[in-house]
Ligand binder design. Structure first.
Ligand code: ZN
Ligand code: ZN
Length: 280
């Protein structure tokens, strides 16, 4: 069984009820954080997961809404790990990730200096181990494997999706993307696909060009559902809602997805949890 928790279902627009894009995946005793939008550690705390308890951070791309709390995550993991020789945090992301992590640590260098000076048992800056990749296997530990494939969020490039497998269960995390063959292939036959979605039918009618711009590099609800159908996945989990569904509107989102996809459809607020069982 793989457990998916939508930690943050929001978007770049601050929302009092939705943290920024972040999803937690627990598989085979390991805990993966996919993207780290604003408020991610507060939401993770609500399900008993701390920064020190993460097996790895997986980044789909380097848009601000997906990495907004990277600094908080790196520093909080560092100061809440009490082992004398802390394991470096594996961070897997597209090219550019190493530079982003390095620059984030540099931005916090005063804080890092204060804490090293103040705590006798902290002598080193936060330990990280960054792997940049666009395609292929990236993880194989204790029965859990992760594979990466390119997605299409141009002009944001490169961007990647992840396929996490544990036992015979599999979950794919698409991130922000328009439909593309590489995502179809990555998601082929997976038990669940977590996909970001926007309501193009609403956004395209908002008289604000900067908002309308987002339509050309995201999937609509129907497009994400069509991807799920083409790939033959069992469950579609939608997240990163633009605009955020208001109370009672969820059925409308569900119906739009169901127009393209006949499987199980999940959406919800922050902390919505989906258990994924391998299909027979
Ligand atoms: Zn994006
Ligand atoms: Zn986004």
């Amino acid at each position: 069984m793989i457990e998916i928790t939508l930690l943050g279902t929001g978007s770049p627009v601050p929302d009092p009820n939705r943290a920024g894009p972040s999803t937690l995946v627990r598989a085979g005793g390991q805990t993966f954080l996919i993207d780290c939008g604003r408020g991610v550690l507060q939401r993770a705390a609500a399900v008993g997961v701390g920064a020190a308890g993460l097996s790895a951070l997986l980044l789909t791309h380097l848009h601000s809404d997906h990495i907004g709390d990277l600094g908080d995550l790196l520093i909080t993991r560092w100061i809440s790990t009490f082992a004398p020789d802390p394991t470096p945090l594996p961070i897997i992301g597209p090219p550019g990730t190493a530079e982003t992590v390095e620059a984030t640590l540099k931005a916090f260098r005063h804080d890092i200096g204060y804490r090293i000076a103040h705590h006798a048992d902290i002598n080193e800056p936060p330990a990280v181990e960054v792997h940049e990749c666009t395609d292929g296997p990236v993880w194989d530990r204790d029965g859990v494997t992760i594979r990466v494939a390119p997605t299409d969020h141009r002009p944001v490039a490169p961007t990647i999706g992840f396929r996490i497998e544990s036992g015979s269960a599999s979950v794919v995390l698409a991130g922000d993307t328009v439909p593309c063959a590489t995502l179809d292939e990555l998601a082929r036959g997976a038990d669940a696909l977590v996909h970001t979605v926007i309501r193009k039918d609403i956004v395209a009618n908002i008289p604000q060009q900067r908002l309308q711009d987002i339509c050309d590099y995201h999937s609509s609800v129907q497009e994400a559902a069509a991807t799920a159908a083409r790939a033959g996945v069992g469950t579609l989990v939608m997240t990163h809602y633009v605009p955020a569904p208001v109370l009672g509107q969820e059925d409308q989102w569900r119906a739009l997805a169901a127009s393209e996809f006949g499987g199980r459809i999940e959406l919800g607020d922050d902390l919505h949890r989906v258990e994924v069982q391998p299909r027979a």
